[in-house]
Design a protein around this ligand. Structure first.
Ligand code: FES
Length: 597
């Protein structure tokens, strides 16, 4: 047995594991956006002491001179040969911005969850019927629920009790009158972030909200890397499942403490998430989602005892998982459709959730069709040379004029660019024609000849046959490389071609689109100018864009507050058709056309 020494602690490991694997198995926190394939360069770690493999060519692609001098390596490509001492080198999640707000439509409130207090009749010598029968005579039918049956003796020690109903069915009985305390939680589990809203069912409103980074990010940034982690690691699925359950429980504790609420008074959890997150939440192998023919194990809505999932709310509380459509159109998107009433509209509306996966839905006179495109992590700042999450030190806005103006999260020295910063930069570069329509950065000599651009010629650097555009000549590490532009180009090509393919399949001309709705964490941070500038959204639609924020969470709240909405969601999920882009005629050509700036 060998030991890893890190953070002043030691951890056992067996030889044959990569340093990344050892760190992740010990839950020490390290991102692996590419799932440990050695292609993202984000698992950098300093090897302080110990014998490891020699540097590989793959690693050299991601490490600069300074890092090589300091013995920085890629954790996923380093296999310790014995005891090893290592040091983490950066954390990007500080002050990570999480979108918790969203547009909330008007709707009729009629929660499924309710409570009623009873004065208990007691047995007498003359009428010593069973306690269960007494309850039945008071119209409290426990429907042979074993857990409720076991609670009856303690309930009858008091004079009053409170019955908790879900859709008019008894789910539990509590001693005394507890009708004042009736809470639920709406949960949005995104691949990157988790948001939990505390709902007061009596007052029929949201009273607080907490959020966190999805801790599964350490095992891969996108759903495919997580599926791969579950598949290729012993206990991989259990590790992913435990990390999300722990995160949910800690958000619940925070909400309870802040609002002085007992977790026993939370009786339901409504979960909106993509299909992979739902599988992992239920500890169901998501492998089939990741390979053709991409059939998920389940997509229908589910009501499951929260305790069976390890979620700490009332001992008889339920977790309701909203329904999804397919492996890549999940309950989070169904939620968004319902929030925007796309299933009822008479207009032509395009709904898009931009992230690692771009999910697109078109409603034509309330007929719904959807597609999903693999945009990859570039738009979230990953697989980008200076990319980082939207945390402290990330450049989030860029304007190129006489000078290059940047806005940095936390107002600190810039450490890199987050997704919106990268899109801003490339959009500005395209606007100024610093890049051509194919995405190539123009030569320094060409820029020098242009009177409007020559002041930027110093920002173009050619080194080792590679060209990059630096944002600050005093700090030349922060730059947009040719390969970064290629990554963004692929992402934009995937989304825009999905967009057009779906409109074609619905016979809608772009000029007939009434509205483009942008949902989700990432889209919210992209300005109309950047979206149009980089070409993710065609410029004809510039005036028709509306942002609705976190519609996944809003939909989950609505299912808790309205039984009609819950039924509507089930219908919406069944009514959406799904368009598989790879089988669409002419899609390849469309994709190539959409790569152009
Ligand atoms: Fe190591 Fe991506 S390069 S996790």
């Amino acid at each position: 047995m060998n030991y890893l020494y890190i953070n002043n602690k030691k951890y056992k490991f067996e030889k044959g594991n990569s340093l990344l694997n050892i760190i992740q198995l010990n839950k020490l926190g390290m991102e692996s956006p590419c799932g440990g394939k050695g292609t993202c360069g984000k698992c950098k770690i300093k090897v302080v002491d110990g014998s490891v493999d020699d540097l590989t060519d793959e690693e050299l692609k991601f490490l600069n001179k300074e890092e090589l001098k300091n013995n920085v390596r890629l954790g996923c490509l380093v296999y310790p040969k014995g005891d090893i001492t290592a040091e983490f080198i950066k954390s990007e999640d500080k002050n990570h911005k999480i979108l918790t707000e969203g547009y909330m439509p008007e709707f009729n409130k009629s929660p499924m969850l309710s409570k009623k207090a009873f004065k208990l009749n007691k047995p007498t010598l003359e009428n010593n019927i069973s306690l269960e029968e007494i309850l039945e005579k008071q119209n409290i039918n426990i429907n042979n629920d074993y857990d409720i049956l076991k609670s009856i003796p303690s309930i009858f020690e008091k004079d009053n009790c409170t019955v908790v109903y879900l859709d008019e069915k008894v789910i539990g009985i509590e001693c005394e009158d507890t009708t004042e305390n009736l809470y639920s939680i709406a949960l949005d589990i995104g691949t990157t972030t988790v948001v939990a809203s505390l709902i007061d069912i009596n007052k029929q409103c949201e009273i607080d909200c907490e959020s966190d980074i999805n801790p599964q990010k350490e095992y891969g940034l996108d759903v495919l890397s997580r599926i791969n982690f579950a598949k290729t690691n012993e206990n991989g699925l259990e590790i992913l499942n435990k990390s999300i359950i722990d995160c949910i429980n800690s958000l619940i504790i925070k909400l309870c403490e802040k609002n002085n609420i007992n977790k026993e008074n939370i009786y339901e959890l409504a979960v909106a998430a993509n299909t992979t997150m739902m599988h992992i939440l239920l500890k169901i192998n998501p492998n089939s989602i990741g390979k053709a023919p991409y059939s998920p194990v389940f997509i229908s809505g589910k009501s499951i005892k929260a305790m069976d999932l390890g979620i700490n709310i009332s001992s008889f509380g339920r977790a309701y998982l909203l329904p999804g459509v397919s492996s890549y159109i999940g309950a989070d998107i169904v939620s968004g459709i319902c929030v925007c009433d796309l299933h009822k509209t008479k207009k032509n509306i395009l709904f898009i959730d931009i992230g690692t996966n771009g999910e697109i839905v078109v409603s034509k006179n309330s007929e719904l069709s959807s597609c999903s495109c693999a945009a990859g992590p570039a738009l979230e700042g990953m697989n980008i040379s200076c990319g980082m999450r939207a945390g402290e030190g990330a450049i989030e806005n860029i304007k190129i004029g006489e000078f290059i103006e940047t806005k940095v999260i936390g107002n600190t020295k810039p450490k890199g660019l987050c997704g919106s910063g990268i899109i801003d930069a490339i959009s500005e570069m395209a606007r100024l024609k610093l890049i051509g329509s194919t995405g190539r950065i123009n030569k320094k000599s060409m820029i020098e000849k242009d009177n409007n651009l020559k002041h930027l010629s110093e920002n173009i650097i050619d080194e080792n046959k590679k060209r990059r555009f630096v944002l600050d000549t005093q700090n030349p590490q922060i730059a947009i490389t040719q390969s970064d532009i290629r990554q963004v180009q692929l992402a934009k090509g995937a989304i825009l071609s999905g967009f057009y393919a779906l409109l074609n399949s619905m016979n809608i001309d772009i000029k007939d689109l009434d509205e483009v709705i942008i949902a989700g964490q990432f889209g919210k941070h992209l300005s109309v100018q950047s979206l149009v500038g980089v070409g993710i959204i065609p410029k004809e639609l510039k005036e028709k864009i509306r942002y609705i924020g976190n519609s996944s969470k809003t939909g989950a709240i609505m299912t808790l507050l309205s039984k009609d909405i819950r039924k509507e969601m089930e219908c919406i999920a069944k009514d959406i058709s799904y368009c598989e882009l790879s089988t669409e005629e002419g899609y390849e050509r469309l994709f190539t056309d959409c790569l152009k700036f």
